[in-house]
Write a protein of this length. Structure first.
Length: 345
């Protein structure tokens, strides 16, 4: 090899730079390979890679937005309606759908507007998500029956927004609000737990760098992206496959939807709507949730007319239906059973 324009010292620097770059690439490749092996070997991967197959329906919300809905389980079973969260899709409920379906429950799950297979929309304000829930209930709850409705994060916000303007007891006999807040999200988030004067910086980062960001995301899971998602959204016990499962939904959520919905959530205040949710309600939070810390759940619980139980799960982040699916399944099965007994009494 010839270096006609380089001195001996320059050649040495050039060679070491090349060796360093090659070494960094090799190390990065090894880390990525190890990361993918951890996901592949995770016992949870098989269950999450095989979401349940539902009976698809397409319905229209009040503003004409098309919503993708799937129905699981027997048509004559008690109905549970599931509303997922921000940047998720109906498959987020994979664990819950499978378990309730196998218990003979009729499960209705839908993709929120702009998410999953539902159509994009011109309006992502929180009241629109409430109207979407009304459309799903109207189309999917059998005549003369009432459902148990459960929402995670944005899905629970949708329930509160819906309750504000609709006849709750016409369609619903019980509810579950999971890992959510209905206002002051930026005041209590723990993404950047900073003291005093730094709170303004923390708020700005949360709004423009997170909730309202349209920044592109990695198209596949990497050690860095997985670590970031785990820090933001999960507790320490989440498995590699569970984190990667959410990552796949996150990266497929269109950036403009992600940003527009995030901004709408940052401006939301629905505390006044909670007294209108006049059915037995379970509230659930993760003790380590940085996005909607337990303080939100406690405030919500204190404003509900028929709080059945407030549960704060240890070592759990924002993704309770993935991290602690058994707790969610048991809570929904309890609501189905108890409220069904009351209906017959």
């Amino acid at each position: 090899m010839k270096f006609p324009s380089l001195t001996g010292t320059d050649r040495e620097r050039w060679l070491w730079a090349g060796i360093g770059t090659a070494g960094s690439l090799a190390a990065s490749g090894l880390l990525q390979a190890r990361h993918m092996r951890q996901i592949a070997r995770d016992p949870e991967k098989e269950a999450l890679d095989e979401p349940p197959e539902g009976r698809a329906r397409s319905i229209r919300s009040a503003d004409g937005t098309r919503l993708h809905v799937e129905v699981f389980g027997p048509d004559d079973g008690e109905t549970v309606v599931l509303a997922h969260g921000w940047t998720e899709a109906l498959i987020y409920w994979t664990y819950v759908i499978k378990a309730l379906r196998d218990q003979g429950v009729r499960v209705v799950a839908y993709d929120l507007r702009g998410h999953g297979a539902s159509a994009p929309a011109g309006d992502y304000s929180i009241p629109r998500f409430g109207e979407d829930l009304e459309a799903v209930l109207d189309a999917c709850v059998p005549e003369g029956r009432r459902a148990v409705v459960a929402g995670h994060s944005l899905g629970a916000m949708s329930i509160a927004s819906w309750a504000e303007k609709h006849d709750v007891e016409r369609w619903v006999r019980a509810a579950a609000l999971l890992n959510t807040g209905v206002g002051d999200l930026l005041a209590e988030h723990l993404l950047l737990p900073l003291p005093g004067v730094a709170q303004a910086l923390s708020r700005a980062v949360a709004v423009h760098g997170f909730l309202g960001s349209k920044a592109p995301l990695p198209r596949f899971s990497t050690p860095l992206s997985s670590a970031a998602v785990r820090y933001i959204a999960f507790g320490p016990d989440a498995t590699p496959a569970q984190v990667a499962f959410f990552e796949r939904m996150l990266v497929t959520c269109p950036p403009d939807v992600r940003a527009d919905v995030g901004m709408a959530m940052s401006e939301m205040d629905l505390h006044h709507a909670l007294p209108r949710l006049t059915v037995p309600t379970i509230v659930m939070a993760g003790a380590l949730d940085k996005l909607t810390p337990p303080a939100h759940a406690r405030r919500i619980a204190g404003m509900l007319p028929q709080l059945r139980r407030l549960t704060v799960l240890e070592n759990t982040g924002h993704m309770t239906p993935l991290e602690r699916p058994e707790a969610v399944i048991d809570a929904l099965a309890e609501l189905v059973s108890v409220t069904a007994e009351r209906a017959l009494a």
